[in-house]
Design a protein around this ligand. Sequence first.
Ligand SMILES: Cc1cc2nc3c(=O)[nH]c(=O)nc-3n(C[C@H](O)[C@H](O)[C@H](O)COP(=O)(O)OP(=O)(O)OC[C@H]3O[C@@H](n4cnc5c(N)ncnc54)[C@H](O)[C@@H]3O)c2cc1C
Length: 546
Amino acid sequence: MTSRIPANISEISFDVIIIGAGINGAGIARDAAMRGLQVLVLDKGDVGGGTSSWSSRLIHGGLRYLEHAELGLVRESLRERETLFRIAPHLVKPLPILLPIYEHAVRSALTIRAGMIAYDMLSFDKSLPRHRMLTRDEAIVKAPGLNRNGLRAAAIYYDAQVEFAERLVVENVLSAQAYGAIVITYARVQKLSGQFMDSSRVVEFIDTRTAAALAARGRIIVNAAGPWVDEVLTTGERTSEHLIGGTKGSHIIVNSFAGAPSTALYVEAESDKRPFFIIPWDGKYLIGTTDIRFTGDLDHVEIEDEEIEYLLRETNRVISPARLLRDAVLYTYAGVRPLPYTENKNEQGITRRHFIRESRGQEGLLSIVGGKLTTYRSLAEQTVNLIGQKLGKNLPRCSTAGSALPGAYTDHSFPEEFKSDSGLSLQTRERLLRVYGARAQEVVKLTAQDEWLAKNFDEETEAIAAELIFSFRQEMAETLADCLLRRTMVGLNSSVGIGADKTAAAIAQKYLGWSETRVQEELAAYRLYVKRFHPRILSRRDLSPT
Ligand SMILES: Cc1cc2nc3c(=O)[nH]c(=O)nc-3n(C[C@H](O)[C@H](O)[C@H](O)COP(=O)(O)OP(=O)(O)OC[C@H]3O[C@@H](n4cnc5c(N)ncnc54)[C@H](O)[C@@H]3O)c2cc1C
């Protein structure tokens, strides 16, 4: 057993065991721990390593859900958007979105106008500006690259972006830990027992870092395994439940291009009339998404060539000077939305609402179905309220809406003061703020002990060596992939961290005592992992780490 796992794990009687440390599991863990429950979180991989890393990174009401009359969901999402501005201002930022209106589009100017008014009404308490309708000429001034053929007008409205959704998950987990939750990554749940006399269950899991077989006992089990929810249920006593009907969504990432818009664009695709986004993101552009029923291997979800072609074609159609070719794609990513199972329903028609399902005849086994990044906090609140009822405990009221995440700064002058400190380049300081918020100070503190830690380990992002140490010592990173893809975020640079990975491993060797064998194994594992992104750099040069 390693120090990641308490030696007496099997003797602790947990109130709640949460399976899955995606945004929903992390949010539930934080809320439950804050209300005094004894919480265990198990994830078969890293924190946020599932669907929560593969979204469009928007914190949005879902303008499109209005078409499906999901008014409750839109209102809840818009309220949560405001909450996230308060509790995670370092991660969640306002995002202006331009919606061009074309002559032959399915959604007419009138429909869009009505949608915009409804969206504003449902977010009556928002801090963001209201929508504005633009004439054709105004739209062209805003986005000169827009295809002018058939362009009639546009609307501009505000939503929000969580540039590094992975860190929203990490910070929820760190906060849960600070309130006493035990969080174990690389812990794959293998078996859920039936209920014992004291109404508890045993969850058997494998520590995949050491292959040790372990077990823990809990009174309520929350299955927050996202698209893997049904798979987790098959490890229990009844195996036939079919709760999830996942759909795959893919994105491509490109550098800025001719005619690239300065705001996000929300456009109706010509071929299938689905709306898709072109979003300025992390110094690049994130373009997506697709929506295709998925029944394949959830551990290996990749974009298909047709999806790349679809996204490039539709982007080139709406931005006339773009002319993006396949080679413009820096990398891609794909994930599966954990939507509720429905038979034969058109993908877009499937509700985006979330549900908390208790398995039939299995009291206290709760599964989370659906649940967006945007609404994770309210979903967590609803889940923990239900857990309180099930446990027969009078829990304190939920306080997560008023309790800032660890990197949030309450002092508004903090970013300017932090940026003006000397020692590191302005780009590095700005980036540290974007990634860590107020915790950037703790990263910088490490450089005071050893100047060498202030050196960049990635030229493009100017990430510094101290971040690497911080990720392993303070933020639960276990592998190079955890560190690059979900802590320092260097793995989302134009070359998915290839190149920086070698320097990072060398730093880990020097400061964290990695052996040469571990360095080689970590690099090989990292490069194998990032292949799924179809990175451009892979097709251009030999990728072997040495
Ligand atoms: C293409 C796409 C675009 C999206 N865009 C947006 C958007 O812009 N805004 C928004 O709000 N939402 C968006 N979403 C939705 C959102 O990303 C997901 O609904 C949300 O991240 C689901 O989180 P989760 O915690 O339920 O699941 P996940 O993040 O998948 O977490 C589940 C976890 O369970 C773990 N697990 C699985 N099996 C086991 C096991 N046996 N033992 C232990 N652990 C296990 C996995 O390792 C994983 O970490 C998008 C989704 C997709 C796919």
